[in-house]
Design a protein around this ligand. Sequence first.
Ligand code: ACM
Ligand code: ZN
Length: 530
Amino acid sequence: MKRISSLFFASLVAVASVAGEVNYEVIPLPCNIQLSEKGEVYSLSQGAVVTYASGNERMASVARLLADFLKVDADFVVVPQADVKKGASIQLILGLKQENQEAYTLTVDKRGIVIQGVTEEGVFRGIQTLRKAIGTEGGEQVSLPYVTIQDEPRFPYRGVMLDVARHYFPVDFIKQYIDVLALHGCNQLHWHLTDDQGWRFEVKSMPELAKKGSVRKQTVIGRNTGIYDGREYGGYYTQQECREIVEYAARRFVNVVPEIDLPGHMLGALHVYPELGCTGGPYEVWPIWGVSRDVLCAGNPKTIEFLKGVYDELCDVFPSKFIHIGGDESPRDRWKECPKCQAKMKELGLTSEAELQTYINKEMDSHLAAKGRTLIGWDETLEGGLSENAVVMSWRGIKGGIEAARQHHRVVMTPTSHCYIDYYQLKEQRIQPMAIGGYVPVSKVYGFEPTAELSTDEARYIMGAQVNLWTEYVGAPEHAMYMLLPRLDAISEVQWMLGEQKNFEAFKGRLPRMQTLYRKLGYKYCDKVE
Ligand code: ACM
Ligand code: ZN
């Protein structure tokens, strides 16, 4: 159980008096911070030595990342523990005994700084805390107050979604996005790779799919105004690039959950393979926003064959245990009129088109299960029943998530009401870049409780929470960062901290230090908080 000790509250005063210096009250706030009452400090100097458990390559990588993070004016020397004769300034070690695999301790005393984890992942969470505590101080020498920190995250799934289908974002930006997630203790990048407006994942056995499916002739201006920009728009990720991103993320202990949305949101693919649609097309990669009535034909055996081929390559590139099949917003009008779909329903003895979608979900579920993967779907996938193992992502409010938890499915909570960061974050719309509409301020995100309305037993099925960045109206990296920050700060405390320990006023007090770091790192953010 997490507890912030009374000593911690007593020490708040001491910390406030050295504002602008090292401060361990970072975002997300560690569970337990005990500052030494005597106010001693340890001086971390230029040329300091960082050691890691000898022979452990993952720890070596974590140590090098720490040296990179801290390298402002000071250079750090990274060496295996066994090679150090006189002791080190920062020691990264394993051997902590805790149930939570991401737990770590961070201690500063006269011997220096020690970060100890149950796993390398825990040590990585600890180096992020140290880095944020030092913030932008840098310089020849940094004075760190003596402290003992014990920390661990509340939820195992701490996600952020990025839609790269509506707008393509360069590989370097995806890496920066991963950096920002890792900075906030998030461990899942949900990567929405395909949609009506573009297919952005290379499938080697179907080379035309990404080549042609990624390109739309033009894009509507504003909110489906009927006026178009007249410019071709495209871009996709090669498998090599995806692997590079997966590897980059893994080094930062972020898992990439890829999503190929089915059976709707498929115009990118239908443009290339019109025979997979109920009407036979032709279809264009959509230049407008919204939900298309044209979806994959569920009665065509080639559809399942196509999907299995795509997912085979997807699983080959992405090692993620969780694979997202989408499943949201798939109108069934075409299926009602399609002889193939109706014949399939008859063959399977189905009485509704909803069950036809369940048939596809189940085909995908067993295909993924055979590869040792677990299906995640948006909450619509729950409608026709899901296999026991499948995970539900609740976006149309929390009702779907509650229902799923009661059916003993694992759940990720990401309701539009609290977690849609494509919505405006300030009341006054005209002072912000364009958003899809709505109003999800930082305070709303912060106030989200993922286990609300659930019994203790049911709450065990809530794996975590996620914010979603859809990009119909977000075309540039700086705009994406503006939408993300500081709502990411807010969700990171929802994901990391126990509900009763959260405090919005205290959170706002911690934010300026994070913003100083964002400025140093060149991250755009919204500087108003509502
Ligand atoms: C969704 O926002 N359509 C999952
Ligand atoms: Zn059909």
